[in-house]
Design a protein around this ligand. Structure first.
Ligand SMILES: [Zn+2]
Length: 248
């Protein structure tokens, strides 16, 4: 069946501000979001929902893969406007509810010679993502948990980018959403292909590399990352490429 421009797997739509992706999933007339872009991406979401012939009120849940500002974005607005339940990995829940970002391993100044660094900074500043907008009420989830939201994704804990970073596996759609545990575009160096996030944005890059093993055994037709294009050559291949790429 032909898919429209944003549909990257059956009923799964990739929305992007040019730096971070978020995904709108249709399930039996209900909508679920995985991540919430930057704060100003709310308008992008409402346009996408309208294009699907649905209303913002159809949004049941927002699942955050981790609590960084380019993914928590408009989650609070979704909670208050659409009464969507916001889910966050338990170790990142303080970050999401207080807006206080955790420590990063590396320094952003290490990327000052990279044009991609300025592009990312510019887009996220315009999008209002320079800090987390606290989410006042969240539900938390842990490793291996099947979330009671439409599509019933299973959480796979893959820490290192943040302590709580998780991937979400929508088994019936053979779709794995990896958040920032495994990405296909490096927002600070511009490098393409499967890799972990750059050290300047990770809490623990060595742990992030080890966590790739938690994803390797999953069979999915499409891997959808927090940054970059969809990957359709299998999860195991993506994991081995990311390990080979190492840290940045
Ligand atoms: Zn990110």
């Amino acid at each position: 069946m032909a898919r429209n421009g944003t549909e990257v797997a059956e009923g799964v739509h990739r929305l992007t501000n040019g730096v971070s992706n978020f995904y709108l999933i249709e399930e039996n007339g209900k909508l679920v979001l995985v991540d919430a872009g930057a704060p100003k991406d709310w308008a992008r979401l409402t346009r996408a929902v309208t294009a699907l012939g649905r209303r913002v009120a159809d949004l049941d849940a927002v699942i955050l893969t981790h609590a960084h500002s380019d993914h928590t974005g408009f989650a609070e607005q979704a909670r208050t406007t659409a009464e969507a339940q916001v889910w966050v990995p338990a170790p990142d829940s303080d970050m999401a509810t207080t807006g206080k970002a955790g420590p990063r391993e590396g320094k952003a100044t290490a990327y000052l010679l990279r044009p991609a660094f300025y592009r990312t900074l510019w887009i996220l500043t315009l999008g209002g993502a320079t800090k987390i907008i606290p989410v006042r009420e969240v539900s938390t989830f842990g490793d291996g948990e099947t979330l009671d939201v439409p599509g019933r994704p299973r959480a796979v804990h893959a820490p290192g980018h943040t302590p709580g970073s998780a991937a979400l596996f929508f088994e019936s759609r053979r779709t794995l959403l990896t958040g920032d545990a495994l990405v296909t575009h490096n927002p600070l160096t511009g490098r393409l292909g499967p890799q972990i996030m750059p050290s300047g944005l990770n809490s623990d890059s060595a742990q992030a590399l080890r966590s790739l093993d938690n994803l390797a055994g999953i069979t999915a037709d499409v891997l959808l990352a927090g940054h970059g294009e969809p990957w359709t050559d299998g999860v195991a291949a993506a994991v081995s490429r990311a390990k080979a790429a190492g840290t940045s």
